[in-house]
Write a protein that binds this ligand. Structure first.
Ligand SMILES: Cc1cc2nc3c(=O)[nH]c(=O)nc-3n(C[C@H](O)[C@H](O)[C@H](O)COP(=O)(O)OP(=O)(O)OC[C@H]3O[C@@H](n4cnc5c(N)ncnc54)[C@H](O)[C@@H]3O)c2cc1C
Length: 405
């Protein structure tokens, strides 16, 4: 919401209270300047705003929505090992715990991996992170759409014509990012369709691999939310693929919500230009293998905040973000390679793989589990083929990291 009065604009913060920003018009450059302007108050933006405010910088956090986190565009799963990246991270956003990840093949063979996964209430989670940013001192402007940014000058042009200046711009505006567009970039995206439906209590989340559904989605999922008696049922693909999945596997329940969104497929070609950086989905940092983007959102926010802090303090001449981010395993191309290794398999091949693994229960993604994994694999030579190498490498790297996301 924006009300114009001269060069002052009145908008709202997350508590619905008025917030006055002295916005400047093009050409009037001596006005209010922020150390950092963060575009997008999703998990990535709120984290970055909070960290930079805690470091003592003047931060403006802008979102086009008046209430962040809605509509939900998430299956709401977060592996427990990833939560500390959001630290301190307690609040009323947890909606149950899950003990296993179960991979299901088209012939219904399956294997399980022991893991601790937290189910979130994603709107509350986003709102909690926003509150924390606000509490740490970040100024928040909701209901404000950023139309364009100038990475070299640090200017942001708002819908309605207002202009904000900042020493650094953080693009945290999701998969279809305006900030990325201002770099001349367009993220490669895959659609994701989802419904929330009634569901029984469960101890696992399910990933179904099926390459015979319309437009061959690479995988579908069921994420039970035990405390709510529902599950998020979705797929990498469009609504017809989701409907085909629900019908083929006789997934039954009453649909209480339809949602969906887009998931980036691979890290953006550039993550910074001039005074601007891209974090979270805006930088294409979501894991293209699992679709998990919450952990990369927090991780990239932290790496960006540290680099920007050093730049603002004059310790570095440029923002040393991109090289550091690209070295991080979150941005590794192994996730995409593993996805590309799995995607062309026919349903027959998937079924053979499933039959080889059927009934196995992996003790967890810990390094100590990997000799066990290799021994099991050697007993099923079908799994140890070169074409599966990226998949096995990725599994090993997750074990090394002690988590998947
Ligand atoms: C169907 C689906 C299921 C998923 N399930 C999971 C899951 O279970 N676990 C997981 O870890 N990840 C999951 N993800 C991915 C995860 O939701 C994203 O990776 C995550 O939201 C990225 O956070 P972000 O802050 O980068 O972007 P977003 O959460 O997209 O936030 C971007 C913010 O920017 C704002 N914005 C956009 N444009 C502008 C603009 N021009 N001006 C001002 N504000 C703007 C938006 O309003 C929004 O609030 C899923 C994604 C989808 C689509």
């Amino acid at each position: 919401m924006l009300m114009h009065s001269g060069t002052n604009y009145q908008t709202i913060n997350s508590s619905g209270e008025p917030w006055i920003a002295s916005l400047i018009l093009w050409g009037e450059k001596d006005d209010l300047v922020y150390s950092a302007a963060v575009v997008g108050a999703g998990p990535a933006g709120s984290m970055a705003a909070r960290l930079l405010s805690e470091m003592g910088h003047r931060v403006l956090l802008i979102d086009r929505k008046e209430v962040v986190g809605v509509p939900k565009q998430c299956a709401e799963g977060l592996f427990a090992g990833c939560l500390p990246e959001f630290s301190p991270s307690s609040g009323d956003f947890l909606r149950g715990e899950i003990r296993y990840l179960q991979i299901v093949f088209p012939n219904l063979s399956s294997y399980r991996v022991r893991c601790d996964l937290l189910m979130l209430d994603r709107p509350r989670f986003d709102q909690h992170l926003l509150k924390m940013a606000e509490r740490s001192g970040a100024e928040v402007a909701l209901g404000e759409k950023v139309e364009r940014v100038h990475p070299e000058s640090g200017e942001l042009l708002l819908r309605g014509g207002g202009v904000i200046r900042a020493e650094v711009i953080i693009g945290a505006d999701g998969p279809v990012s305006r900030v990325a567009k201002s770099f001349g970039l367009k993220n490669r995206l895959v659609p994701a369709a989802q419904v929330e439906m009634t569901w029984q209590k469960d101890d696992a989340i399910y990933a179904y691999l099926d390459h015979d559904l319309p437009k061959s989605p690479y995988s579908c999922w069921i994420f039970p939310k035990n405390e709510r008696g529902t599950a998020n049922v979705g797929c990498f693909g469009t609504v017809p693929a989701l409907e085909a999945f629900i019908s083929k596997y006789k997934i039954e329940g009453e649909v209480i919500e339809k949602n969906g969104g887009a998931i980036p497929l691979g890290v953006a070609e550039r993550l910074q230009r001039g005074r601007a950086v891209l974090i979270g989905d805006a930088g294409g940092l979501t894991n293209p293998f699992t679709g998990g983007g919450l952990y990369p959102a927090a991780r990239s926010a932290r790496i960006a905040a540290e680099a920007i802090d050093r730049f603002l303090r004059g310790e570095t001449e440029t923002i040393e973000y991109e090289p550091r981010m690209r070295r991080d395993f979150v941005a590794s191309d192994l996730h995409l390679k593993a996805r590309d290794a799995l995607a062309p398999l026919s349903n027959d091949e998937l079924c053979r793989l499933g039959t080889a693994m059927d009934g196995l229960v992996f003790p967890g993604l810990k390094l100590s589990a990997s000799p066990w994994l290799v021994l099991r694999g050697l007993r099923h030579p079908g799994i140890m083929r070169p074409k599966y190498a990226p998949l096995l490498k990725l599994l090993f790297r997750y074990c090394l990291a002690g988590k998947v996301w």
